[in-house]
Design a protein around this ligand. Structure first.
Ligand SMILES: O=C(O)CCC(=O)C(=O)O
Ligand SMILES: [Fe+2]
Length: 334
């Protein structure tokens, strides 16, 4: 089946208008629903701060109150981030037929490949974004058929970034564990230990003549345990707090961390999976690179036994991660 990519739609528009199916309802239009001025801000945390208790408290507070924070001084070299971003951008700037070689195969059960969200969402609206999904860790999970061969440095840049990512992931999972009052390895173990899967998504949001009316990725929480995202320098990510939408300030080389659904479940609701969405830009393409850190498909995830007791009964069911995703994607109540 031929799918029309948003990138193609965007390049063939008549001036100043967008197709009706991209115009969001009044309750979603970013022009009407974004808090203006910096009233509140997603917390920014310096991971190199020698006062570990302070870092721990900041991450714990951010995970309880926002479910999102940014980290600086995380140890990933700027050059590695830059190379990783450059090769992804290069892929999306290839001619359409070269990108289609990596298209998600029809009928495939896996999410991997180049794509555009096919099913229309609630209210029949479409998202202003194309994407590429592929796993980057562990090696046994990787399907290189979905890794672009062009540019030739694509693989090396992704491997280098992944290599640096391990340290940050372990550090954050350890801090979440301690913040929840668990032993330092317990959160990682609960979400898969060394079998934790790293799933990369690249979002490509073409310039949009009506960024006030359209949305990139509409409001959602991530199904992962945790997500680590780097954007390009175009503002666009928004986080919801207490029913309001706030812009997440772009900070060069910072990593944006989301608490995902599985960490909310393991924590029995102490940490909040952040509701977020992305807006688009009138002149510039926005690109973002989230990595979803996910339990292996067959792992059962539920509230950690040490975090439940008579006064604190489990607020979530324990279920296989694959079953959780199935229910989420098919809008079946969890
Ligand atoms: O582009 C962004 O900043 C957010 C993307 C996102 O939330 C997602 O792909 O799950
Ligand atoms: Fe997301």
């Amino acid at each position: 089946m031929e799918v029309e990519r948003v990138q193609e739609i965007a390049s063939n528009l008549s001036k100043g208008t967008i197709p009706e199916e991209f115009i969001r309802t009044m309750t979603e239009q970013p022009g009407l629903t974004t808090v203006q001025g910096t009233v509140l801000e997603v917390p920014i945390i310096d991971l190199r701060d020698p006062d570990e208790q302070k870092v721990l408290k900041a991450i714990d507070d951010a995970s309880r109150n926002w479910g999102m924070f940014q980290v600086t001084n995380h140890g990933i070299p700027e050059e590695s981030i830059r190379n990783f971003q450059e090769v992804g951008k290069f892929f999306f700037e290839l001619p359409q037929e070269e990108k289609e070689v990596y298209a998600k195969p029809e009928g495939s059960k896996s999410i991997e490949g180049y794509g555009t969200k096919l099913q229309r969402e609630l209210e029949g609206k479409k998202a202003w974004v194309d994407h590429l999904f592929h796993k980057i860790w562990p090696p046994s999970e990787i399907n290189y058929q979905f890794w672009p061969k062009n540019p030739p440095s694509y693989r090396e840049a992704n491997e280098e970034y992944t290599k640096h990512m391990h340290g940050v992931v372990n550090k954050l999972l350890r801090l979440f564990s301690l913040g929840l009052g668990l032993e330092e390895h317990e959160v990682k173990k609960a979400v898969g230990g060394d079998d934790l899967v790293y799933l990369l998504k690249i979002n490509y949001y073409p310039p949009c003549p009506r960024p006030d009316l359209a949305l990139g990725v509409p409001a959602h929480t991530d199904m992962s345990a945790m997500t680590i995202l780097v954007p390009n320098d175009v503002q666009g990510l928004q986080a919801s707090k207490d029913g309001q939408w706030y812009d997440v300030k772009y900070i060069p080389n910072a990593l944006i961390i989301h608490v995902g659904d599985q960490l909310e479940i393991v924590s029995n609701g102490k940490y909040k999976s952040v509701l977020h969405r992305s807006t688009v830009n009138k002149e510039k393409a926005r690109i973002s690179w989230p990595i979803f850190f996910e339990p292996p498909a067959d792992l059962e995830v539920g509230p950690h036994p040490k975090l439940i007791n008579e006064g604190n009964p489990p607020k979530y069911k324990t279920k296989k991660f694959s079953d959780y995703c199935y229910c989420e994607l098919n809008k079946i109540p969890q």
